[in-house]
Design a protein around this ligand. Structure first.
Ligand SMILES: Nc1ncnc2c1ncn2[C@@H]1O[C@H](COP(=O)(O)OP(=O)(O)OP(=O)(O)O)[C@@H](O)[C@H]1O
Length: 208
């Protein structure tokens, strides 16, 4: 198995609250679900793996590139979809996707991706005028476009309608042999629908 995402000795704590310590990961292509109760540390772990936050201990490598010392190469191989929209309110959907495309130096979404999430009709709409679900669909499309080998998604099924959810499942299934799709979720039906391997962050040692 080719390792696409590796973590070694990852540690993160907030005050006395230890989220994880000495956490090791070695993940190849496939769908992997990060589960655990509220506050278990799923979003924090995803942001460490995406290089949004630096870990207090340990290291992360994306496709063999160390996220701290070879950040540009590591980031070129990953896409991160946060739970909430990160677009400016005044940006249109199209402008947002073009911005992500420019930042990542990747290809934009194809028509199948836009139509599958039902956002092709909202490309000209500013984010301030979009529903929460529509914003989320743009975030998901931005992560799935461009073919990054590692895709990290925070609660991807939150707030989207049934058609978009079915498309998300199909997308994860379609890419599971070539890309790592690691997502946090409370949605057990999604985990089952994509046949994801489960990583449980709520081991007793990690509870409050
Ligand atoms: N910057 C921070 N400063 C202090 N505490 C933080 C910070 N970021 C996260 N935490 C705490 O770390 C814990 C884990 O938060 P995180 O959002 O990663 O959990 P989660 O598993 O994603 O939760 P949920 O399922 O509710 O989304 C929480 O107790 C949170 O309050």
């Amino acid at each position: 198995m080719t390792i696409l995402l590796a973590a070694e000795g990852l540690g993160m704590r907030f005050g006395a609250r230890v989220l994880f310590e000495k956490l090791d990961l070695a993940l190849g292509a496939g769908a992997v679900a990060l589960v655990g109760g509220n506050g278990a540390g799923k979003s924090t772990l995803l942001s460490l793996l995406a290089g949004i936050e630096a870990p207090q201990a340990g290291r992360v490598a994306v496709c063999g590139h160390d996220l701290a010392s070879q950040g540009r190469a590591a980031r070129a191989s990953l896409a991160y979809v946060p739970d909430e929209s990160v677009a400016y309110d005044f940006m249109t959907g199209d402008e947002f996707l073009r911005m992500v495309q420019a930042l990542r130096g990747c290809a934009g979404p194809d028509q199948e991706l836009l139509a599958g999430f039902g956002i092709d009709v909202y490309l000209g709409l500013p984010f301030r005028d979009m529903s929460l679900g529509t914003r989320k669909k743009f975030m998901l499309a931005s992560g799935l476009m461009g073919g990054a080998p590692v895709v990290l998604m925070d609660e991807p099924s939150n707030g989207i309608d049934a058609a978009a959810r079915a498309f998300l499942v199909a997308q994860i299934r379609a890419h599971e042999h070539t890309r790592l799709i690691l997502f946090s979720t409370h949605d057990q039906d999604l985990v089952a629908a994509v046949g994801a391997r489960v990583l449980d962050l709520s081991a007793p040692a990690r509870r409050d």
